[in-house]
Design a binder for this molecule. Structure first.
Ligand code: SIN
Length: 521
C-alpha cells in the first residue's frame, strides 16, 4: 500500500505536533505517525517541571548565560542565541494565545514562574507538576480540530532514500534524498510505504537503552538509528543526561521527582541525615544536573546505601499546599505509601535526556536532503555537554516551528515518477515468529551494559568492554532481525542496539570529561 504526502512527521511530542500544526495551517498535506497505540504516549507527556517562558524582567542574555554555563560552554552559540531570543516569547504566542494552554497561577492570579537548577531567574511556567500532559493533550486537541491525520500503531522501520531503494539506477548517482518511510502497521503486520517530499523525525530520546530511566518504554533511540542508516550525521552522542532524582521504590519504575521540588526548597540528605550538596558545589541543590547526579552517585557509593533522600516536607518554600503544587508526585507517592508532605523521598539518578542526536542546522535540517529532525532526537547543539532544566520542551516547540517554516519556504517537491521507482517492502516468506523472551533477554543485556559501563561515571576499561559486548549483541540481533517476522519489538531492538553502539563509540572517542560525559580514569 502506498500513500503520498507533502510532509511526514514521525512522533507526537511537542516538537512533532508543533511542526505538523504549522505545516497544516500553511496548506500542506501532512500526516503524523506514531508507533504507540495511544497518541499521547511520548516523553512530552511525562514532563513535570515546566517550560522556560518570557518574563519582562528577564533577558535573552541572562538565559544564554545560564544555558552556556550548564552546557559547559560546549554549546552551539547560534542555537543558544536563537532559543534565548525567540523561544520564551513563542510560549505566549503559540502555547498560550493560540493553543489556549492555561499555566498555573499564583495567589494573586498571575502566572506562576518556578525555579529549577542552574537558572539565575524564576522563569519557568508550569501546570502544577504535570506540565507535559497539559501541553500534550492541548496540542493533540488542536491538531485534531484543524484536521491533521495522526496515525497511531505504525512503527517506522526505515527511511526511504533514492540511493538505497530506487530501482532507477540513475538515482544512485544523485545526492542522497529522503523520500518517505516504510512503516509497520502493528496490528495487521502489513508494511505501508509512506512517500513524502519532506520527512521530520520527532521520535524522542534514548532512555530505555539504560537499565534505569525516567522515560516511557517507547524511548528506544529509533530516530537516531534510522537517520544513521540513511547516512545522516549523528553528533554529541556521548552526552546522556541522568536526572538526579527518580523515585527509588520497589513498586514503581523510576518515577520522576521533578527538579522543581529543589527549586521550591527541597534538600538532599544522606542516610546520616546530613545535607551533602555543599561538598560538591556552591550552588548546592541547584547546581547543574550532571553535578547533582554525580554527587548522589558518590554518596551512594561511599555510604553503601541504595539511595539518598530528598526532603521537601521540612524545607518547602512555596505558598500553595504541597498536595496542590506537586499534585502528581504527591498522589503517585501516596499510592505506594509515601506521604511527601511528611516523609523524605528515596531518590536515585536515572537516564533522562539525550543531549546529542541527529546533527541539524538552525532550521532543523539534517545532513541528508529532505530530512529534518526536531526535539530530543535532534542535536541543534543547544545543550552542549549538559542540558539546562526546562529548555527541552521549548527547544522542541521552537525547532518544530522553524523546521515547518523552512519546509513551507524552501521545502522539496518530489514528482510522482520518482516515487514509482521505489518498490514495496519485501518481507521474506520464510520469516519466523520468535519467542518474546529472546527479545527481552537481548534488551536486558543492552540496558545493563549501558547502565554499568556508559552511565553517570565511566571508565575507559568499561567503555571498551561495552563496545565489545555491544558488537557481539549487534551481530546476533541483526541476524535475528533478518530472520524474524517483523513486529514493533524487533524493530525497536534493532534500533536500540545501533543507537547504543553510537553512544559508546562517541564516549570512547571523547577522552575528555565534560558535563554529562564523565570519565573517571
Ligand atoms: C524535571 O521536572 O525535573 C524535568 C524537567 C526537565 O527535564 O527539564
Amino acid at each position: 500500500m502506498k500513500q503520498i504526502y507533502d510532509t511526514i512527521v514521525i512522533g507526537t511530542g511537542i516538537a512533532g505536533l508543533t511542526a505538523a500544526i504549522h505545516l497544516k495551517e500553511a496548506g500542506q498535506n501532512v500526516i503524523v505517525l506514531t508507533k504507540n497505540d495511544k497518541v499521547s504516549e511520548c516523553n512530552t507527556n511525562y514532563a513535570q517541571g515546566g517550560i522556560i517562558a518570557y518574563r519582562p524582567d528577564d533577558s535573552a542574555e541572562a538565559l544564554e548565560k545560564d544555558i552556556l554555563y550548564a552546557g559547559c560552554y560546549y554549546n552551539n552559540k547560534q542555537a543558544v542565541a536563537t532559543l534565548a531570543n525567540e523561544g520564551p516569547k513563542l510560549v505566549f504566542d503559540f502555547l498560550i494565545n493560540k493553543i489556549g494552554i492555561q499555566f498555573s497561577t499564583n495567589d494573586a492570579g498571575q502566572l506562576d514562574y518556578t525555579e529549577e537548577a542552574a537558572h539565575s531567574q524564576r522563569r519557568i511556567l508550569h501546570y502544577q507538576d504535570h506540565t507535559g500532559d497539559k501541553i500534550e493533550s492541548s496540542l493533540i486537541a488542536y491538531a485534531q480540530k484543524i484536521g491533521i491525520t495522526i496515525l497511531p500503531g505504525h512503527t517506522a522501520i526505515d527511511l526511504i532514500t533514492n540511493n538505497h531503494h530506487s530501482t532507477d539506477n540513475q538515482e544512485l548517482y544523485k545526492p542522497r534524498e529522503v523520500m518517505g518511510v516504510y512503516a509497520l502497521n502493528n496490528a495487521t503486520g502489513e508494511v505501508v510505504t509512506f512517500f513524502a517530499s519532506n520527512v521530520i523525525l520527532a521520535t524522542g530520546g534514548v532512555g530505555n537503552l539504560f537499565q534505569y530511566t525516567t522515560n516511557p518504554a517507547s524511548a528506544t533511540g529509533d530516530g537516531i538509528s534510522m537517520a544513521y542508516r540513511a547516512g545522516a550525521d549523528i553528533i554529541n552522542a556521548e552526552f546522556v543526561q541522568f536526572h538526579p532524582t527518580a523515585l527509588f521504590h520497589k513498586d514503581l519504575k523510576r518515577f520522576l521527582i521533578s527538579e522543581s521540588l529543589r527549586g521550591e526548597g527541597a534538600k538532599l540528605l544522606n542516610h546520616n541525615g546530613e545535607q551533602f550538596m555543599s561538598k560538591y558545589s556552591p550552588l548546592k541543590e541547584l547546581a547543574p544536573r550532571d553535578v547533582v547526579a554525580r554527587a548522589i552517585y558518590e554518596e551512594i557509593n561511599t555510604t553503601g546505601k541504595e539511595y539518598v533522600l530528598l526532603d521537601l516536607a521540612h524545607y518547602y518554600t512555596g505558598t500553595k499546599p504541597i498536595e496542590e503544587r506537586f499534585y502528581k508526585i504527591y498522589h503517585t507517592c501516596k499510592e505506594v505509601g509515601l506521604d511527601i508532605t511528611k516523609d523524605p523521598i528515596p531518590v536515585v539518578p536515572a537516564a533522562h535526556f539525550f543531549c546529542g542526536g541527529i546533527k541539524v542546522d538552525n532550521n532543523g535540517r539534517a545532513s541528508v536532503r529532505n530530512l529534518y529532525a526536531v526535539g530530543e532526537v535532534s542535536c541543534t547543539g543547544l545543550h552542549g555537554a549538559n542540558r539546562l532544566a526546562s529548555d527541552s520542551l521549548l527547544e522542541g516547540m521552537l525547532w518544530g516551528k522553524r523546521a515547518a517554516d523552512d519546509i513551507i519556504a524552501n521545502g522539496n517537491h518530489i514528482t510522482g515518477k520518482r516515487f514509482d521507482c521505489i518498490p514495496d517492502w519485501r518481507q521474506p516468506a520464510d520469516s519466523i515468529e520468535f519467542d518474546k523472551l529472546l527479545i527481552y533477554q537481548d534488551w536486558n543485556a543492552i540496558k545493563l551494559t549501558m547502565w554499568n559501563y556508559t552511565g553517570i561515571v565511566r571508565t575507559r576499561t568499561g567503555l571498551a568492554r561495552a563496545s565489545a559486548d555491544l558488537n557481539y549483541y549487534y551481530h546476533r540481533i541483526i541476524k535475528f532481525y533478518k530472520e524474524a517476522k517483523l513486529n514493533r519489538d524487533i524493530i525497536e531492538l534493532r534500533n536500540g542496539i545501533v543507537t547504543a553502539q553510537l553512544i559508546v563509540s562517541a564516549a570512547i572517542h571523547n577522552d575528555k570529561s565534560l558535563g554529562c560525559h564523565f570519565i573517571k580514569d
